[in-house]
Design a protein around this ligand. Structure first.
Ligand code: UD1
Length: 421
């Protein structure tokens, strides 16, 4: 199995180019089920997760072709049986978002309940309730959601009890072809939601209010093909910004959307890092003041601090000057990186949803193990500042969400390589 070896101590400099957002790409790919014309997604990341989603879509009858220009063509001209087996769903939660489009297109579907990162229970009750409100009859049978809507889906008022990115996207994907108006209240406001709405609208849907708490979808009879550029990955961009905060240096992060990371910039400036947006697609991060200051941080739904950057922020706080309280409000079990960071010499105490990180002067390299997607990259960041060699194993987690991480970091001056076996 592949591992990543890092020799810590180098500062980072130069520029790094950010890919399209994994989390957006996966839901945009599901939109290909809604039309019999080709959907072309440009700025597509090439990741284990997007390949996995493509396999599932192929099984469902969508032809996919990855082009050399970082585009993917998805064509669901005639769909196959609407059955998504466990093996094609279990690795990744986003695959569950095919259920709504399949019901919309076929009137019935059988989709395995999902797996994904082990960061809490992560049920899909909100997804199912939204589809049921639109007229789907759903039974849970032996690990599968078995759904039918003999009269088709209809518009509904759906008030989410709390914010869910996946359920908001799933409801949008189902509602665009429903009969009548659907109103989503307490909807997620992430840039990936707006990206999905923009793509669906360009395919002929009528979605308004995305990016706000209330989204209104007027159902239409059919959607057509379109070419859509995937929004930049704010989590990848934020990860490189935090790597610079940890290791020190001066890096331009290009092809990103700095406006999507306001909460991160706020915390980074508070710890003493210089954040200089250059234009709408580029931000310069400079850290040459020695140790960062310790500050508290709490994850929140967008526009708050993203839970997907919490582990990376904790890695930076490990060597900060002072103590930091990090509070995770989105997922109940998302501190699995803490014991691994402690193996590198960090001082972290976890109490339920709070972690107290007391900055230490140095970390020391050690073998560590990735436990989930974002946790694994926090170990890489910690390895960049640790004295000596850090070896990160189980990096298949990393490959789910970060394309070319070791090449990009090594181009910035880090001593990092991947080894097999
Ligand atoms: C998406 C992102 C993930 C990110 C998360 C929060 C993708 C592929 N993944 O995950 O990277 O960390 O948003 O920004 O886009 N919940 C329920 N019932 C439901 C749905 C969710 O209880 O039906 C809970 C979850 O367990 C979690 C919280 O709601 O505690 C938020 O989850 P949600 O926003 O749905 O996250 P995902 O869409 O799974």
């Amino acid at each position: 199995m592949d591992r990543i070896l890092i020799k810590g101590g180098n500062t980072l400099s130069g520029s790094v180019r950010i890919n399209g957002a994994k989390n957006s790409a996966l839901k945009l790919m599901a939109a290909a089920l809604l039309t019999d014309e080709p959907l072309i997604l440009t700025n597509m990341p090439d990741l284990a997760d997007s390949r996995f989603m493509a396999h599932l879509l192929n099984h469902l009858g969508v032809e996919t072709e990855r082009r050399d220009d970082r585009a993917m063509v998805l064509h669901g001209k005639t769909l196959a049986t609407p059955f998504a087996p466990y093996d094609l769903v279990r690795k990744m939660r986003a695959t569950f978002n095919v259920l709504g489009p399949l019901i919309a297109r076929h009137g019935h579907a059988r989709v395995s309940l999902p797996g994904g990162c082990a960061i809490g229970a992560r049920p899909v009750d909100l997804h199912l309730k939204a589809l049921q409100a639109m007229g789907a009859q759903i039974e849970l049978e032996e690990g599968y959601a078995v759904a039918k809507a003999p009269k088709g889906l209809h518009g509904a008022l759906i008030n989410f009890p709390f914010i869910s990115v996946g359920a908001t996207e799933h409801a949008m994907l189902a509602a665009v072809l429903a009969d009548g108006d659907t109103v989503l209240e307490n909807a997620a406001r992430e840039p990936e939601i707006t990206d999905l709405a923009d793509c669906l609208n360009a395919m002929g849907a009528s979605v308004s209010g995305a990016g706000g708490a209330t989204i209104t979808i007027r159902g239409v009879g059919s959607l057509h093909g379109h070419t859509h550029r995937v929004v930049p990955d704010r989590i990848e961009a934020g990860t490189y910004a935090l790597a610079v905060a940890a290791a020190g240096g001066d890096v331009r992060i290009e092809n990103c959307a700095p406006e999507h990371l306001g909460a991160l910039w706020d915390r980074m400036r508070a710890i003493g890092v210089t954040v200089e947006p250059q234009d709408a697609q580029c931000v310069r991060i400079v850290q040459n003041n020695g140790r960062c200051a310790a500050v508290d941080m709490e994850t929140q739904a967008y526009p708050g601090f993203p839970t997907d950057l919490q582990a990376q922020f904790m890695a930076v706080m490990c060597c900060a000057d002072g103590a930091s309280i990090i509070r995770e409000t989105i997922f109940e079990n998302r501190f699995m990186h803490a014991p691994e960071l402690v193996r590198l010499g960090a001082d972290i105490m976890v109490h339920g949803r709070e972690a107290v990180v007391r900055g230490v002067p140095v970390l020391h390299g050690a073998p560590v193990m990735a436990t989930d997607l974002r946790a694994s990259v926090s170990l890489v960041i910690a390895g960049l500042i640790a004295q000596g060699n850090t070896e990160v194993s189980r990096i298949y987690h990393l490959d789910r969400g970060f394309e070319g991480l070791e090449q990009k970091l090594s181009a910035l001056g880090a001593d990092i390589k991947r080894v097999s076996g």
